[in-house]
Design a protein around this ligand. Structure first.
Ligand SMILES: Cc1cc2nc3c(=O)[nH]c(=O)nc-3n(C[C@H](O)[C@H](O)[C@H](O)COP(=O)(O)OP(=O)(O)OC[C@H]3O[C@@H](n4cnc5c(N)ncnc54)[C@H](O)[C@@H]3O)c2cc1C
Length: 405
């Protein structure tokens, strides 16, 4: 049964992956959840996203996985390739192997399909109220509850709750209500994204990326991650290069010239693929240091990118947002005292998120290495057995939020 007093009301700012996942996690524990999203309609920006078993396990438990499974692709491996000849330098097995080893599937999905599945599940769940066109401005912590100030249709409005969850992304406004929160900063990197429709007659292996794997092509000037989406009818490309700050905002339509320049010494087939793909969008990559504070006064909690946006090198930003949502709802539900639950949330989540962010930083160094470092990387990978490579992901993909306490 859903109780609707302030005592059992959770207010969430932002209906992205973190906000919708949190709404579902709280509602299934009997909380009344009010979500406020600034956009007038729910639209997922970006293209593909990889969802590792630590995230799909939670989405399966929320009944979301079954809503998007038919649109997802289960890649058979992550294949690392060097950029000059696209030769293979390492392979992590996925497919059934991943599902057996880590207890849930590793999937590639269009972001719009994931977002739609989360939104459908939220609409179908009693106790979740989804409000669009409502921008969260700030929070005020009062003695026994918290107040969120919103702008809706040009007018200010306030709502009261026991807890406000800031799921408002990397440029979070609610972060200003958390003393000691870290600010977002530009990483010096730009992500370029595009999708290419796949013509099965042309997927003849001339470009060894047209397969059912996640390919990561490594170079000192860039890396490109490529994988199939929507039953293989689309091919998702994400390239990361150095670049200048583009200002706030998720994406910007881009001419492909800057990317082609970075690819100048790469295999011509890769250049061809990049030239075929259109339109390209550019995303400035911003991070938030996970060492900053994520909670305030026992009444405000930041989750997802608002708390700890990370580079996409470990493909874990959305997975961490989903883990945060599950852990926060679990702890708040279990405790009579919200400040204690929030203190525990930070204490338990910070080491894991920090370790994942460090893995991303290591991947950045290794993937963009050149010269002797790249040669050592390639040699080390060629000596590693598939079992050893897989074992290196057990801590990440095998993680279960409720066991992780
Ligand atoms: C190139 C790239 C590739 C990536 N690939 C992967 C991957 O393969 N796997 C993976 O796990 N992660 C990946 N990520 C990371 C992942 O996309 C993010 O970590 C994830 O989307 C964060 O979700 P979020 O809900 O915290 O934030 P967002 O998705 O940014 O959602 C925030 C929401 O809050 C709303 N909002 C903002 N301000 C307000 C306000 N003041 N009031 C109300 N609403 C507001 C926004 O409109 C939006 O709906 C990738 C990221 C990039 C850039």
């Amino acid at each position: 049964m859903v109780k609707t007093g302030t005592e059992r009301t959770i207010v969430i700012a932002g209906a992205g992956i973190a906000g919708l996942a949190a709404a579902l996690c709280f509602a299934r524990r009997g909380f009344h959840v009010r979500v406020f999203e600034q956009a007038n309609e729910l639209q997922a920006v970006g293209a593909g996203i990889q969802l590792s078993p630590n995230a799909t396990r939670i989405l399966a438990g929320l009944g979301v996985l079954e809503r998007f499974a038919s649109n997802a692709v289960q890649p058979q491996a992550i294949v690392l390739r060097e950029s000059r000849r696209l030769g293979e330098i390492g392979r992590v097995r996925l497919g059934d192997f991943a599902e057996r080893r880590w207890g849930a599937p590793y999937l590639a999905i269009h972001r719009a399909d994931l977002h739609a599945a989360l939104a459908q599940a939220a609409h179908a769940t009693p106790g979740i109220e989804l409000n669009l066109g409502a921008e969260a401005l700030e929070v005020e912590t009062l003695r026994d509850h918290v107040r969120l100030i919103l702008k809706t249709g040009g007018r200010e409005q306030t709502v009261n709750a026991r807890l406000v969850v800031g799921a408002d992304g990397v440029w979070s406004q609610l972060r200003s209500g958390v003393a000691g929160a870290a600010r977002s900063h530009f990483t010096g990197l730009i992500a370029w994204r595009a999708t290419v429709p796949v013509d099965p007659d042309q997927a003849d292996g001339t470009v060894p990326l047209h397969d059912d794997c996640v390919s990561a092509i490594l170079d000192s000037e860039f890396h490109i991650v490529a994988y199939p989406l929507r039953g293989g009818s689309l091919f998702n490309l994400v390239a990361v290069t150095r670049g200048r700050e583009l200002g706030q905002g998720w994406s910007e339509a881009a001419s492909v010239e800057g990317l082609q320049k970075a690819l100048a010494r790469a295999d011509r087939r890769l250049l061809q693929l990049v030239s075929q793909a259109a339109p390209w969008t550019r995303w400035p990559l911003h991070c938030v240091d996970p060492a900053g504070r994520w909670t305030e006064g026992g009444a405000v909690a930041l989750i997802g990118d608002a708390a700890h946006a990370m580079t996409p090198f470990a493909a874990q930003g959305a997975a961490m947002a989903i883990e945060d949502a599950a852990m926060l709802a679990h702890l708040v539900n279990r405790s009579d005292d919200i400040p204690t639950a929030l203190a525990l949330y930070e204490k338990l989540r910070r080491p894991r998120v920090t370790r994942v962010a460090r893995r991303g930083a290591l991947n950045r160094f290794v993937w963009h290495a050149g010269g002797p470092v790249a040669a050592c990387r390639n040699a080390a990978l060629s000596f590693m057995s598939p079992e050893r490579l897989a074992a290196g992901f057990d801590w990440l993909y095998g993680f279960d939020v409720e066991d992780g306490e």
